[in-house]
Unconditional design. Structure first.
Lengths: 338, 338
DNA sequence: CTGAAAGCGCTAACAT
DNA sequence: ATGTTAGCGCTTTCAG
């Protein structure tokens, strides 16, 4: 494997010039630039990242920490981040915390500290104080996606606004008995996302002058099965059966659609269903939903980091950066039956 | 951030001894080991990975290349690999080829060659000759998961045997008109996986003395929607309607279950359905399937690499390493109605 | 078992 | 615009 000296020799210049040329930093005449590039190409030269990192202090590598990887949201964020990083010539090192105990601790106490990273993106993590400490100890730019970390810039959708929009959509169709499938208590540990969505739902009802009924709330675990079970509880009642259901995630919403079918109810004729996410399966199930764009969130996180890494100081930016969302109309919602 | 010299000074030894102690290589007396570890712990010392890599030539980092990340199989393999790597103190650098053209080329022509990797795992990739070349050019151990790469050790399930097992299960329940939802032509590019599964299906039928009917094969694209549409085509016929369907993946099988429901057919009373994968949704849909264990495949790939990296030479091992699979009985298959 | 010292391959001052 | 050179922080002979 050719080294920088080979290239320098072949091009008839010094190693410093090769370095300057290939990194794009520092002044180089057009003529030498050509020579160097030709030589490098001919030899198939690629910089040794460890040597470069050691000398420069930059690794061209960023770490992405996720609580687990399977799951549409996480893998989409990672995909988006990966794409943006590739464009900038950065590698992505993945740290998956799933699996529990030991692994998790060693990620925070060893892996992240090896000076292998120029920055880190933390996706939807609920971190202990110690862990946040370690993250700061890395001494590198840090941005969160999908869940706030104490004092860290974070990209998220405005969960309250999203839930309000979903509920208002149902309201605008004439529904007044709107059930809500939200997060169970355990899930509320995660950034109060379920709670915020519930508040959005309740806010919309209040604004419409509708009483909030505890009976219309069912907790679940953000899975399809959980949504299915919650929806059955909601729909099996003889009286006060909701005419519409707002689920806090698409997977739960799809579970609700399947529950309705199993109970002999048609969607949307008998019951409307709306979710949040625009999950990959939403289209197949005809699910109306509020789309969020996790890939875009991953890309945006990278962009922020790149600016900070290259331009120097970070531009003034609130701690919480609001990401776009959008009502996606499909066939699971309709007006109240006359 | 403390360096190795700080530790050496505090422990009253040389940097060489610190290095030996912390890496576990080379002889160190129990007494100094203790001193060094105490000093390192006290200072919160963590080796600089670039310095260590540059000096040793080892990066403690392995690359995982996937065609895309969203998708149960891929993210599961990556999770498994990550877990195993973490245990061994290795980082995982992810290269996602999704997104096409440029990115893909630069991964093979630049990223993988930066000497940042000790080995690479290629997951289910259909590679061009040039790409395989580049992979070899990395000059590092290489193992494939889920799809053969010219001349590379690869972990896969025996697709033919898996398909045969699925078909035999249906046969053993008395079914003789068994439909098959397999891959469309475009999908066959990928390691002939669909073709192998189809051969397994046909082999089982032949062995049972049943004629193979082209009418009972429907191609699809390995998605739920594709499976749904293919199943409708299969089930909408008035005569010769299959009494059982074998889909080459769980997602397609779930699509088939939903198609059956929409046509007013009960599963398994009117039609049995079996898939391959044991996808995360299989349980919820009561899908009988042949389970494969992608996390285990990821872990196993890492184990092979670790052995090769540490023990030195690779043990004699066939190019194609067969991974386990297993019939998972649920409620989507049943005997023929009397 | 431990220490001294020579690099690993590149980058970044500093000169020119 | 280009060359010279001193490290970056560790690992690893080689001596002792």
């Amino acid at each position: 494997m050719a080294g920088i000296e080979d290239v320098a020799r072949l091009a008839g210049v010094s190693t410093a010039t090769v370095s300057r040329t290939l990194s794009g930093k520092g002044p180089v005449s057009a003529a030498t630039q050509l020579k160097v590039e030709a030589a490098a190409g001919q030899l198939g030269y690629v910089v040794s990242s460890s040597a470069s990192s050691l000398a420069s202090g930059r690794t061209k590598n960023i770490g992405v920490v996720v609580p687990f990887l399977a799951g549409w949201f996480f893998s989409s964020v990672v995909e988006g981040a990966q794409r943006a990083l590739l464009r900038s010539g950065y590698d992505l090192t993945l740290y998956n915390l799933a699996g529990g105990g030991d692994e998790r601790a060693s990620v925070f106490d060893n892996f992240l500290l090896r000076q292998r990273l120029d920055a880190v993106i933390a996706v939807s993590l609920e971190l202990t104080e110690h862990e946040v400490d370690r993250l700061y100890a890395v001494g590198k730019p840090l941005v969160g996606v999908g869940g706030p970390i104490g004092g860290v810039r974070t990209l998220t959708i405005d969960d309250r606004a999203v839930a309000r929009l979903a509920t208002e959509h149902l309201l605008s169709l004439g529904h007044t008995r709107i059930g809500h499938i939200g997060g169970s208590k355990e899930f509320d540990l995660d950034f109060h996302l379920p709670t915020n969505r519930r508040f959005g739902y309740e806010g919309a009802l209040e604004a419409a002058g509708i009483d909030i009924s505890v009976d219309l709330f069912e907790p679940a675990d953000f899975t399809m099965r959980g949504g299915y079970q919650a929806a059955r509880r909601l729909l099996e009642r003889d009286q006060f059966r909701p005419t519409a259901i707002f689920a806090a995630s698409d997977e739960m919403a799809i579970g609700a659609i399947l529950a309705a079918r199993d109970l002999g109810l048609s969607v949307p004729q008998d019951v409307s269903v709306i979710g949040i996410d625009d999950h990959e399966l939403a289209d197949f199930f005809g699910l109306t939903t509020i789309a969020q764009f996790p890939q875009g969130q991953g890309e945006k996180a990278v962009e922020i980091l790149m600016e900070e890494l290259h331009a120097g100081a970070l531009e003034p930016m609130g701690l919480n950066i609001s990401m776009p969302f959008e009502l996606k109309l499909r066939s699971s919602t309709a007006g109240l039956r006359p």
